[in-house]
Design a protein around this ligand. Structure first.
Ligand code: RNT
Ligand code: ZN
Length: 423
């Protein structure tokens, strides 16, 4: 595909810079700021949430990755190679979000027995490439999760198993933070819930609350590990009741000073997480976002630059929340090239973020303050047509990643050389 020349990119950027300057926006400042914001890429897009614990185990917990596009990663080395490819096509320096089932061990390790050494390969790689790491206990795809309950299980032995798994996970999170010099966000999501109407909605929530208390008893240095909890509205097989609802975790996070994880695919279809950011941050120190895209029954389509994504990034920037919001991605599409899914989704998140940084915030606020809502609306609509693309292209060029859709050429070449050779 044709890429614009260096001179064309410079020229287009200069013109765009002048247009933005006319409304009081400094594009150089916006680009400098964008380059400091890490996005946490989710490792599980690379292998359909399979992990390396048990190659024969299917995906559980009401999660589903549909499609069978060839070339998925089967080993940690393959996954790291695919990730290197993806990061190389995304401008900026970004993080990796790992799940416990992505451990590396010569023989089977029970979830309660995972230790830092099983993730040393990831730490070496992260150090070499300047990635921070985030982490998640895996409370699905396991025989003890097959009946749909984990931390809220009625059986105390099963509950304890999952508590022990989460405790081990936090220790590994702290190890990531210590080794890499950047706090790991360890996020707990559980699939627990009922397919059909429960008779008792309270008891499982009481059990979940005390299980979380047990997991979080040990205070860890927040410079090493930060804990987050993630709610959901419903999943496949938990249509009627989810133990870890939004209200449950909102209350838990505020009371226990953990982070709250807002997954954009985990609410009613017309309810967006953008509007939840300024409210929850009045009561919480920090948030974790799982930026995703819900489509009908699925909460995990590749992130596109839609109005919802735009609104999420606007809220983070307008509220001056960049230091308090950890931006992670969460989607899994097995029907297209998996590396392309990462790159498209992450570039979209960054583009929406850049658009938010290029907003004439002060001007919009002053119209609002003066009650001049027509001009506020007019300006909001006009800025959609400003030469954003020239600024984004220039950013990609600055960061030595392909400009425009040319990144697909690199992915196609990698697919031919590497992915097509995999079984
Ligand atoms: C599931 C949650 C959770 C998972 C990952 C794999 O609905 O969104 O974040 O997607 O843990
Ligand atoms: Zn999620």
């Amino acid at each position: 595909m044709m890429t614009p020349s260096d001179a064309q990119l410079q020229q287009a950027y200069q013109l765009a810079k002048e247009r933005y300057a006319a409304i009081g926006v400094d594009t150089d400042v916006a680009l400098a700021q964008l380059s400091t914001i890490p996005i946490s890429l989710h490792c599980w897009q690379g292998d359909d949430v399979g992990g390396f614990e048990d190659p024969n185990r299917g995906l559980g917990g009401g999660l589903m990755a549909t499609g069978n596009y060839p070339g998925k990663a089967h080993t940690a080395d393959e996954l790291r190679s695919d990730l290197d490819m993806a990061y190389g096509l995304i401008p900026g320096q970004h993080r990796l979000n790992l799940h416990a089932i992505y451990l590396e061990a010569p023989h089977k390790v029970e979830r309660t027995d995972i230790r830092p050494e099983h993730f040393a390969g990831w730490v070496d790689w992260a150090k070499a490439n300047g990635h921070g790491l985030d982490f998640n206990p895996t409370l699905f795809s396991h025989p003890l999760a097959d009946d749909g309950f984990t931390l809220s299980h009625a059986d105390p032995g099963i509950r304890q198993f999952w508590i022990d798994h989460c405790i081990a996970t936090r220790q590994i999170g702290a190890y990531f933070g210590r080794e890499l010099g950047t706090a790991c966000v360890t996020n707990i999501w559980i699939p627990d819930g009922y397919k059909d109407t429960p008779a008792d909605r309270l008891a499982p929530r009481e059990r979940l609350k005390s299980a979380l208390d047990a997991i979080l008893t040990e205070k860890l240095n927040p410079q090493h590990n930060l804990d987050a909890v993630e709610s959901k509205l419903f999943g496949i097989g938990s249509e009627s009741y989810v133990v870890g609802s939004h209200e449950f975790y909102l209350g838990y996070a505020i009371t226990n000073r953990t982070l709250l994880c807002l997954d954009s695919g985990h609410f009613h279809p017309t309810e967006t997480i953008a509007d939840k950011i300024s409210s929850t941050l009045l009561y919480l120190d920090e948030l974790l976002l799982h930026v995703s895209r819900g489509v009908r029954w699925d909460s995990d389509h590749v992130v596109t630059w839609n109005d919802e994504l735009g609104a999420i990034m606007q809220e983070i920037v307008r509220g001056d929340f960049l230091k308090r919001v950890h931006i992670g991605l969460d989607f899994f599409d097995a029907s297209i090239n998996r590396i392309a899914a990462w790159v498209i989704g992450t570039r979209n998140a960054l583009r929406a973020l850049l658009a938010a940084l290029l907003e004439p915030r002060l001007l919009l606020r002053s119209y609002e303050h003066d009650g001049n809502f027509a001009t506020r609306l007019a300006l909001m609509e006009e800025i959609k047509g400003l030469p954003f693309g020239a600024v984004w292209d220039f950013y990609c060029h600055q960061h030595n990643v392909p400009v425009g859709v040319a990144f697909m050429d690199d992915i196609a070449a990698y697919e031919k050389m590497i992915l097509a050779q995999r079984r």
